[in-house]
Each structure stands twice: as C-alpha cells, then as structure tokens.
Design a protein around this ligand. Structure first.
Ligand code: CP
Ligand code: NVA
Length: 313
C-alpha cells in the first residue's frame, strides 16, 4: 500500500490528515476483529514503551499497557512520583534519556508543551494520553464507536453537551471537522471552546464539508442529533471549580428528556469516562439502552493498538 505513519507522534489530531485518521480506523477494525477471534501476534516483540503519568488513568493506561504487552512488548509505567520529569530534571533532558532507552513514549499530564518537548527531544514516537488541551487517542475510539453504530462518519450529527471548553470538547471538534461531521457544542456561552481552535476547526471544515456550531439552547442544539456526548463538569486539575460548574451546567445535563429531544429513536449516548452519574448524565441514560460507553471504552484499546502499529512498525 505504501501508506504508513511510521515514526510519527500523536500530539494533537491537528497533525493528522483525514486520510491518516481513516488509515488508523481501518487498522483498528482489523485489530478488533483479531481480538474477537483470539488471534495472537507478537508485533511489538523486543520493543519498550515508557508511559508517563502526572494524572490518574484507568482506560488510557490499561489500553496502552495491555495492547503493548499482549503484542510481546514491554510497557513501563512511570508516575510523577517515580521519575524526575519537570522536577529535578527538565522535560528536555528526560526526553533525551528516554529516547535512548525506549522505542515510544506515552504522556498524560497537564501541559501540552510537555508532550511537545518530549516529541521534539526524544526522537521516538510520542503519544498524547491526555493533557489539559486535548485527548486525541480518545477521539480515535469515539470515531470508531460512531462508525460502528452508523456505518459512517460523514454527516453524522455529534452534539457535545456541558463543559465546552474542556480537552474533550476541543478534541472532538477537531476530529469531527476532519471527518466531515456535523458538530455542535451545547453549553453556556462562557464555556465554549477557545477561538483559536474554533478557527482551526472552521478552516478544516471548509475542506471536508463538516459543520461546526455552538449554542446555549439545548432544544435547538440536540434536535436531529445522532450522538449525544458529554464529559465531567470539572476535569482533572480543576476540581476547585466544581461547585461553580454544577450551577452553570445543571441545565446541560444529559437526561432522558434530552435523548428524546433528539427526535431520533436510534440516537446514542457517549462519554469518554470516568462519569459522575447524576451530574453531567443521569443514571438512566448512561445505564440505558442508548448508551455505548462500554463499547467506547473497549475501543480505546483497539485504536491505541492500531496507532502504535501504524507508527512503530
Ligand atoms: N477516558 C479516559 O481517558 O479514561 P482514563 O482517564 O481512565 O484514562
Ligand atoms: N475532561 C476529562 C477527561 C477525562 C478522560 C479530564 O480531563 O479530566
């Protein structure tokens, strides 16, 4: 085929073309089928992945570590209590040491700048496992889940409700724009994505035929939605804002009434997880038959494995 992403990092989805995303989703489908048939491979034999965590994680750590290990690789978990990253040793120096010892690096933390420095100085592929700015590997799993449900991405109406300025709302906006989707953020005006990213999404949409819009009118925003997506009201690192957010975001909770307002029986509910049931989403919706959150969580592993296959082999 001649198409590959060997040597590439995934810092933000902005760096990936729609064709690159398509390529990753196709490999994801293949590795999911392999997993269902219990086929075993040793694609990462002899390779080492360093996983750096400043913030907690269940899905991202498990996805990277289990995907890499079952393919014969060795994944090393390093929390901020284990290494010097940014404390006694600069991120640049840490990156240069890691680059001489491992084949790939995953980083979850606060600053986007740190994941950029790791990529620049390590010389090996670096995967952004979530920063305050974005969460690109989550978007790959979300796109896969949407495509599995509707058989396509183009033209699908994806509505993000809640904290529209967080890493998920921003990353989904870029992913949806790249794949020609109809993306709507339903949030208070103060919690819309930042202008810089809106402009980027608009620019991409011109080429892909996507639509990106914003509203604080729930009924209007969710009308005709195929997917209702939400995320926590206070992301990691901003727990002190929770009380203020609860007040602001109460009208933007995803509940059964919101799912009905879509006017589509086949509309689905998605959430990157972890969820706070009773805040951004009701128990009935997340546990109900429209919820796809567990498929979505599983797809983290398949898409992450696909990303590593495409960039390491
Ligand atoms: N969705 C997600 O990234 O989950 P974790 O925080 O558990 O990794
Ligand atoms: N917005 C959330 C996503 C968690 C996967 C956070 O950053 O905490």
């Amino acid at each position: 085929m001649g198409y590959n992403l060997k040597g590439r990092s995934l810092i933000t989805l902005l760096d990936y073309s729609p064709q690159d995303v398509r390529y990753l989703l196709d490999i994801s489908k293949q590795v999911k089928a392999e997993s269902r048939s219990r086929a075993k491979f040793k694609r990462f034999e002899g390779l080492t992945l360093a996983m750096l965590f400043e913030k907690r994680s269940t899905r991202t750590r498990l996805a990277f570590e289990s995907a890499f290990t079952e393919e014969g690789g060795h994944a090393i978990f390093l929390s901020k209590n284990d290494i010097q990253l940014g404390a006694k040793e600069s991120v640049e120096d840490t990156a240069r040491v890691l680059g001489r010892m491992v084949d790939a690096i995953m980083f979850r933390g606060f600053k986007q700048e740190h994941v950029e420095i790791l990529a620049k100085y390590s010389g090996v592929p670096v995967y952004n496992g979530l920063t305050d700015l974005c969460h690109p590997t989550q978007v790959l799993a979300d796109l896969m889940t949407i495509e599995e449900n509707f058989g396509k991405l183009k033209g699908i109406k994806l509505v993000f409700m809640g904290d529209g300025r967080n890493n998920m709302a921003r990353s989904l906006m870029i992913g949806a724009a790249k794949m020609g989707m109809d993306y709507v953020v339903v949030s208070p005006k103060e919690l819309r994505p930042d202008e810089e990213f809106i402009e980027k999404a608009m620019e991409i949409s011109k080429e892909t035929g996507a639509k990106v819009s914003f509203t604080d009118n729930v009924e209007e925003g969710v009308n005709g939605a195929d997917v209702i997506y939400t995320d926590v009201w206070a992301s990691m690192g901003e727990e002190d804002k929770l009380q203020e957010r609860i007040k602001m975001l109460k009208p933007f909770q995803v509940n059964e009434k919101v799912m009905e307002m879509t006017g589509k029986e086949e509309a689905i509910f998605m959430h990157c997880l972890p969820a706070v049931k009773g805040q951004e989403v009701t128990f009935e919706v997340i546990e109900g038959k429209k919820s796809r959150v567990w498929e979505e969580a599983e797809n983290r592993k398949h898409t992450i494995k696909a990303l590593m296959i495409a960039t390491l082999l």
